[in-house]
Structure formats: structure tokens, C-alpha cells
Design a protein around this ligand. Structure first.
Ligand SMILES: O=CC(=O)O
Length: 329
């Protein structure tokens, strides 16, 4: 309210759900153009807040990942006409329900793939070469010169790496790993005609023929728990898994068991099955590298994202076509 009053004319109201990481940039640059409603700063429950303050809200902003836009939330927003998600993945949105209510969706088609691919390779190097484990070793006061043994890692160069989902992100991971002389294979819904890598239609077979898997696909009913215990056992006790897709693509409970029993070699995870929850057991395992769902986040990207979000909001409020509408919506 304060912001609209300060400018003497009415700003367009935008509801911000789930504290998206772009919000600080957005708020500092564009609070003179929009009035942002921030339930995450309120002491009220989300539904109480929405029922009290959001009855006339037409546009909302939501990050990908943990917060799901449920019918209960939508029922509190009778005037809603636009959802802008700051994610590429849309598994947190109930698409049929949004369609039924004729609510338009803007998303982020291809802003993040370089950053996500960079972090995927970073996690792979970290898990194999034990960068974070070595860091912990030194911080504990241990030293090779005192006869302490640093945790020895495994080579990346020349490894057989399977990419699960060879889209924008997966292709960039593959390209980066070519620079490490890795032998790349992949699994995706269909074989890509112009790709030089070996194709496996079945992820179990892919795992049997690889030293590591990098999961880059989206979460759908088909990919949920696609990386199950059998796939992990097929990958083998030195095999590593990197996940920059969505947590629930891996059967997380089975993964924890495989790690504890030494049935896989290690994991690097940017995403988790029940974010923001992380299984306790993972904190005690030295062959696990954890990252707080930041693969898409860099300073540079946050500036570009902020502009994209505002361009979509401005288009909506001036009755123009959205800049990045979700296809088939
Ligand atoms: O996880 C982030 C995204 O889907 O963009």
C-alpha cells in the first residue's frame, strides 16, 4: 500500500508467492512500477493473507520448486488472470486447473541452461574429485604432512557419462563434458537424429553402460522415480549421480539406502524430492555434495530474469501478448 500511495497513482498489484530468488532485484528496480504483495513477510498464514488482501489480484509471481499452486490457493484469488513462474520447470503448477480457470502462464524458456550445465559439471567434478570433502578435511585441521590421508577421488577425464534428458541443459552438459574426453550417451523420449552420442531408450541400460548419470530432464508422471534402486545398482558401486532436474526423478529413499550400503559411489544434488526438506542421512555422508537449488541462479541471470518478468507483467497489464507464454496453455 505504502508504495502506491507514495507515487500518488495506483500501481498494478502483483502477488509474490514463495519468495522467488529474483525478488530482491525486482523489488529494488521496479517497485515504482508495481505494488508487490508479499505474504512471505506476513505473520498470517498464506490462505489468511490471500483471503484478506488478494481478492482483486490479477497477476502473481511464483518460483519453481517447493511451493505448489494448489486449487486451495487459487480459490482465494477469484480475480487471477496471470501466473508468471520464474522457472523453466512447471511441475509446481496444476496446468489443467489453470487452463480450466482461463489463467494465462508466462515461464522462463531458456535463460538458465548455461548456468545449470555449468553447475552440473561442477557437481560432477566435486563428487568425483572430492573437492568439498577435501575442504572439510583441511577445515578439520587434518594435514597430509601429519600422516592424515586426504580423501582420494576418481578421474573425470575419459569417464562414460549418461545424460538423462538431452534438451537445452543436457546438450550443454554433454558439450562441456566432451572437453574432458568423456564418452557421452543419453536417454530421452526419442532418439535425436543429429546427435553423435549413443542413445539408450531405457535408463536402466544407460546406467549399465555408464560411470555416471547427469539428470537434466523435467519432472513428469513418466520421469517420477525413474532413477530407482535397480537403475542405481546397475550404475554400480563407483557410479555417481548428479541431479539438476527435479528431486522426485530419483527415488530419494532408495538413493539414501544405496549410498549407506555403498551400492553407488556418490551423488551431487541441487534438487530434493520434498524441498525444502533434505534427508538427514545425507549430511553425514562424505560422498554427497549438496547444493540449495541454486543451479539457475547467478548474478547475471537474476538481472535478465528480472527484466523478463517485468516485460511479461507489462505486456499483461497493457493487454498485449505475453513475451514468454507457456506453449499449449
Ligand atoms: O529449477 C528451476 C527451474 O525449473 O527453472
Amino acid at each position: 500500500m505504502e508504495e502506491s500511495q507514495a507515487h500518488g497513482n495506483k500501481l498494478h498489484e502483483v502477488l509474490v508467492l514463495g519468495s522467488p530468488w529474483v525478488f530482491p532485484v525486482l523489488h529494488s528496480q521496479f517497485s515504482n512500477r508495481f505494488h508487490f504483495l508479499k505474504p512471505f513477510l506476513s505473520s498470517l498464514s498464506l490462505l489468511q493473507f490471500l483471503s484478506s488482501y488478494a481478492q482483486s489480484i490479477q497477476a502473481l509471481l511464483i518460483p519453481g520448486g517447493c511451493l505448489h499452486l494448489t486449487s486451495a490457493v487459487l480459490d482465494c484469488l477469484p480475480a487471477l488472470k496471470l501466473v508468471v513462474t520464474t522457472s523453466t520447470g512447471v511441475d509446481h503448477l496444476d496446468l489443467p486447473e489453470l487452463r480450466r480457470r482461463q489463467i494465462a502462464i508466462a515461464y522462463v524458456p531458456d535463460l538458465y541452461s548455461e548456468d545449470v550445465a555449468d553447475l552440473a559439471v561442477g557437481l560432477l567434478i566435486d563428487v568425483l574429485r572430492r573437492v568439498s570433502a577435501g575442504d572439510r578435511f583441511l577445515r578439520l585441521g587434518l594435514r597430509p604432512t601429519k600422516g592424515d590421508f586426504p580423501p582420494l577421488g576418481l578421474k573425470l577425464s575419459g569417464k562414460r557419462v549418461g545424460i538423462v534428458g538431452l534438451g537445452q541443459i543436457g546438450s550443454k552438459v554433454a558439450k562441456r563434458l566432451e572437453g574432458f574426453d568423456c564418452k557421452i550417451s543419453y536417454n530421452s523420449r526419442t532418439k535425436k537424429p543429429l546427435v553423435p552420442y549413443s542413445y539408450y531408450s531405457n535408463v536402466h541400460e544407460l546406467a549399465s553402460n555408464c560411470d555416471g548419470l547427469v539428470i537434466c530432464c523435467g519432472l513428469t508422471e513418466e520421469t517420477r522415480h525413474m532413477i530407482n534402486r535397480e537403475v542405481m545398482v546397475a550404475l554400480g558401486k563407483d557410479g555417481v549421480i548428479i541431479n539438476v532436474g527435479r528431486g522426485a526423478i530419483i527415488d530419494e529413499k532408495a538413493m539414501v539406502e544405496c549410498l549407506i550400503k555403498g551400492e553407488i559411489g556418490g551423488v551431487g544434488l541441487d534438487v530434493f524430492e520434498n524441498e525444502p526438506e533434505i534427508p538427514e542421512e545425507l549430511f553425514n555422508l562424505d560422498n554427497v555434495v549438496l547444493s540449495p537449488h541454486v543451479a539457475v541462479i547467478t548474478h547475471e541471470t537474476s538481472v535478465e530474469l528480472s527484466k523478463l518478468v517485468v516485460d511479461n507483467l507489462e505486456a499483461f497489464f497493457s493487454n498485449k501478448p505475453l513475451v514468454t507464454p507457456l506453449p499449449n496453455n
